[in-house]
Design a binder for this molecule. Structure first.
Ligand code: PEP
Length: 249
């Protein structure tokens, strides 16, 4: 049985004080939840403070991005070793905003996935099609390419714990959600690609989230689908009450 995972991507929001207040509020709202893995993904600047705040709680820490090298002359970048040092369990890789605004390709995402695993971090790998791709009928082709690209060269022994987030780009921050059935359909395709890359057992065990305008009022329907193992939540994760409601859905 796959344990559901709900992660809140705070993006470029929240100062250190605001992030601490948000996670403290969330902590008290979800303290009794044990059947769902809860993850928060603050900006780099707030990781340390949030790590302190969640010590001993049921909330885990993730970063939103990282470089693939452990150290070096890469001004402005943050390495897997640094994230591990701060207490991160997960790192989001290949988010569509990184692909669109910072030129991240499947090859770059793959380097980061390898570096994360080598550094003891579990990647949350984002895949998903743009509206244009969807309208051209190429959703399956694109998510297959992204999934294969991200997992290229990863062996079965390393696959445990990897999370994939299916995030149709047209549903992110727009208030438009893929219907629960459609999200489930694409996630099943992604799972079959994972089976092809590794084996059916690994595919069966891998958690695949949906992301894209998940809110308290649509989370329950999404989570009732056979293959949706939780959510990557943007906007609604900035409210402790909304995020807690999604976790509990
Ligand atoms: C995201 O950025 O990963 C996301 C899903 O955002 P939102 O929930 O705001 O659509």
């Amino acid at each position: 049985m796959r344990k559901r995972i709900v992660a809140g991507n705070w993006k470029m929001h929240k100062t250190v004080d605001e992030a601490t207040a948000l996670v403290n509020d969330l902590k008290s709202r979800v303290k009794d939840v044990s059947h769902v893995e809860i993850v928060v993904c603050p900006a780099f600047t707030a990781l340390s403070a949030v790590a302190d705040a969640i010590q001993g709680s049921n909330i885990r820490l993730a970063a939103q991005n990282m470089h693939w090298e452990n150290e070096g002359a890469y001004t402005g970048e943050v390495s897997p070793v640094m994230l591990k040092d701060l207490g991160c369990t997960y790192v989001i890789l290949g988010h569509s905003e990184r692909r669109a605004y910072f030129g991240e390709t499947d090859e770059i995402v793959n380097k980061k996935v390898k570096a994360a695993l080598a550094g003891g971090l579990l990647p949350i790998i984002c895949v998903g099609e743009t509206l244009e791709v969807r309208e051209e009928g190429k959703t399956e082709e694109v998510v297959t390419r992204q999934t294969k690209g991200a997992l290229d060269g990863i062996d079965a022994a390393q696959a445990e714990g990897i999370v994939i987030a299916y995030e149709p780009v047209w549903a992110i921050g727009t208030g438009r959600t893929a219907s629960a059935e459609e999200a489930n359909r694409v996630i099943r395709i992604i799972r079959s690609v994972v089976a092809e890359i590794f084996d059916p057992k690994i595919a069966h065990e891998m958690r695949i989230q949906y992301g894209g305008s998940v809110k308290p009022n649509n989370a329950g329907e999404l989570f009732s689908q056979s293959d949706i193992d939780g959510a990557l939540v943007g906007g609604a994760s900035l409210s402790a009450s909304d995020f807690a409601a999604i976790v509990k859905a």
